[in-house]
Write a protein that binds this ligand. Structure first.
Ligand SMILES: [Zn+2]
Length: 658
């Protein structure tokens, strides 16, 4: 197909509609946290990922499948997907700033995949080497389509950024080299596998569904790239096949893989969080491509219920370690919050598709919350260590919990690090959209936005500072509308948002025109919904898009003995003279008046016949020695120092006031 979609070098390119996404290279992110994440991802993260493809066995598994090496197979059965996610990240990096080494990596990887691929198009190193007689026979946990989906997304990225064009080798059946296919060999490999899936699952009568959703959204994007409608039809079949018992129960119950109800009837997100979130990204894609309003409405309904009852203040999802799953409504424990980094990625994918479909700012608001908090916290300040799980509290006795306690370079199950990398590399895609009437800005980052005939320079110290100054560099000379998202947490001065959450400014813009957005960066004390039992009696601190936390390194007393004073002022501690905190970098701290609670009994049952704990002892005089200061740091910057305790939600002292 040759239409506007061919010009967009981004991960999600829906049909022509009111909003057109931009490519990763159309937005130059020139600083701020987004800019820093992209820089360290490019300089450190991707290099780490490439090294790990070798050391973790991903490449040796594929060589074995290609008949060029030996076993044993190493890692989980979905190990191939680590490479696919890294390839996608590399392709988006190439789209931001081309590099020969990226093209070479994609070409080498594509050639290896082509050699490993079976003649019929099947490709999965685990099943080809370890369980060749179980291909597509245990889809409930095989991840075969999940891996395929990540390959499709990598191939789409490689084509859209020109990173996949290189020398090809003959296909496994001896057909012409992959470079006969516009877009290169990675796309050729991906299409052979996608065609095989169509042969087996759409026209071949195999009624199975992968227990881990992901391929649905990937198939739709591959359809968008190629125009080959069976890919969309297969995605549609997989979406609507859920809730019919087609996924065998492996002891986790039907909710785990969202097989409890047809998606059109499911009212709330359930089960394994990443599966649900990827599934819903695919639901929106299918709904948009087929014009299926009721399908789209079901996804909107689940999103709204998730936001209202199952979302951490950081934007994280998944309350349960058991099954890496959504919990019940209002089951949002801070200490046991799972909040997998992959769930943050998947949530952003879903919300972005809903925004493109509806234009509603509540979706881009959640993206902002998730990006700056649940997602940003996943990566260390130096970009080389990652969280798998992102709790809102850490006690000191959990610090050495090796797998989950602190960020690590990599994981035996390494789904998160390369997933983080592919989103960081494509951040520019989520900043703004173009439309026939102008452009909309969703995320405020310093740099340059090129959207059709309009080029906009953005200067801002966001999220540390709320002033955003826009300068028109190019404009068509006729009236155009610039829309700015006004976050729900902010008043916006003289700019009043419409019902969609966006303020519109319509003018015949000329180069040199400027306008300023001032967002309210006053710190906020936030109280939880009364039904969230795990947070009762606690408050949190936010400023701008940032959620704060109290980390032990910044306190003069045990963080578990701190309670904020009712009515405390929140003082912003921005130190322009010394902006960088050791180990953390640029930050803005917030101080609050606090109480050092009296010592708690350390022996005997921790239950009492009179209220205890948060109530300061009647004999305690808050003015002589128990008052102190609690200092909060942005949540995304925690765990960059000594590994001490941390809590986002902190008790509010009750009883006496001084
Ligand atoms: Zn993960």
């Amino acid at each position: 197909m040759a239409d506007f979609r061919d010009q967009i070098r981004g991960p999600v390119v829906p049909p022509a509609g009111a909003r057109r996404p931009l490519g990763v290279g159309d937005v130059e992110i020139g600083g701020g946290p987004f800019g820093r994440w992209q820089r360290i991802n490019r300089e450190a993260g991707i290099a780490l990922g490439r090294e790990r493809m070798e050391s973790s066995g991903v490449l040796s598994n594929l060589r074995w499948a290609a008949g060029e090496g030996e076993g044993p197979y190493r890692g989980y059965r979905f190990q191939d997907s680590d490479l696919y996610k890294l390839l996608e990240a590399v392709a988006w990096e190439h789209g931001r700033e081309p590099a020969g080494s990226y093209r070479a990596f994609v070409a080498e990887s594509a050639a290896l995949l082509a050699r490993a691929q079976r003649a019929d198009g099947y490709l999965n190193s685990h099943y080809q080497t370890v369980k060749p007689d179980r291909v597509f026979a245990e889809l409930e946990y095989s991840h075969e389509m999940y891996c395929a989906g990540h390959l499709f997304q990598a191939a789409v990225a490689a084509v859209r950024t020109g990173c996949g064009e290189g020398a090809g080798t003959p296909g496994p059946g001896g057909e012409e080299p992959g470079d006969q296919e516009p877009g290169g060999e990675l796309l050729a490999v991906a299409r052979r596998l996608a065609d095989h899936l169509v042969d087996v699952f759409l026209t071949g009568g195999h009624g199975g569904i992968d227990g881990h959703a992901e391929v649905e959204t990937a198939l739709v994007e591959l359809y968008r790239l190629t125009g080959h409608r069976p890919y969309l039809e297969l995605a549609s079949r997989l979406v609507d096949g859920r809730g019919k018992g087609l996924i065998a129960d492996v002891g986790t119950g039907p909710l785990y893989a969202q097989d409890h109800l047809p998606v059109r009837e499911a009212g709330t997100p359930v089960g394994h969080a990443v599966r649900q979130l990827y599934l819903d990204a695919g639901v929106v894609d299918v709904a948009v491509e087929t014009g299926d309003a009721s399908l789209l409405e079901s996804s909107v309904r689940r999103w709204e219920d998730m936001v209202a009852t199952k979302t951490s203040i950081t934007g994280g999802h998944g309350s349960r370690h058991d099954g890496e799953a959504f919990g019940e409504r209002y089951e949002l424990p801070p200490d046991r919050a799972y909040n997998e980094s992959c769930a943050a990625v998947a949530s952003i994918h879903w919300s972005w598709r809903l925004f493109l479909a509806t234009g509603q700012g509540r979706y881009t608001d959640l993206i902002e919350r998730t990006l700056y908090n649940a997602f940003a916290a996943s990566t260390s300040a130096d970009g080389t260590r990652f969280f798998y799980v992102n709790p809102l509290q850490r006690r000191t006795d959990l610090v050495e919990d090796a797998y989950l306690g602190r960020r690590r370079e990599w994981f035996a199950c390494a789904c998160c690090p390369p997933n983080i990398m592919r989103l960081v590399s494509s951040l520019g895609h989520y900043v703004a959209t173009a439309d026939d009437d102008g452009l909309s800005v969703h995320q405020y980052v310093p740099g340059l936005i090129r959207a059709g005939a309009i080029t906009l320079a953005v200067e801002t110290g966001y999220p540390w500072d709320g002033r955003v100054v826009f300068t028109v560099r190019e404009a068509p000379g006729t009236a155009r509308t610039l829309r700015l998202r006004i976050p729900a947490w902010s008043a916006a001065g003289d700019l009043t948002p419409g019902p969609d959450g966006y303020a519109a400014i319509r003018r015949a813009w000329r180069p040199g025109d400027t306008f300023t957005l001032d967002l309210d960066m006053s710190p906020r004390l936030v109280h939880p919904h009364r039904r969230i039992d795990a947070l009762r009696g606690c408050v949190a601190v936010e400023r701008g898009p940032l959620v704060y936390c109290f980390e032990q390194a910044d306190q003069d007393t045990d963080v578990e003995d701190l309670a904020l004073e009712p009515g405390t002022a929140l003082r912003v501690v921005d130190r322009p003279d010394r902006p960088d905190l050791a180990g953390v970098g640029r930050t803005v701290l917030i101080e609050a008046d606090a109480v050092r609670l009296p010592p708690a009994p350390a022996a005997g049952l921790p239950y009492f016949t009179t209220p205890a704990g948060l109530h300061t002892d009647p004999s305690t005089d808050l003015s002589t020695g128990t008052r102190t200061t609690a200092t909060a740091i942005p949540y995304h910057q925690w765990d960059n120092r000594d590994g001490g305790a941390m809590r986002v939600w902190i008790p509010l002292a009750q009883g006496r006031t001084p």
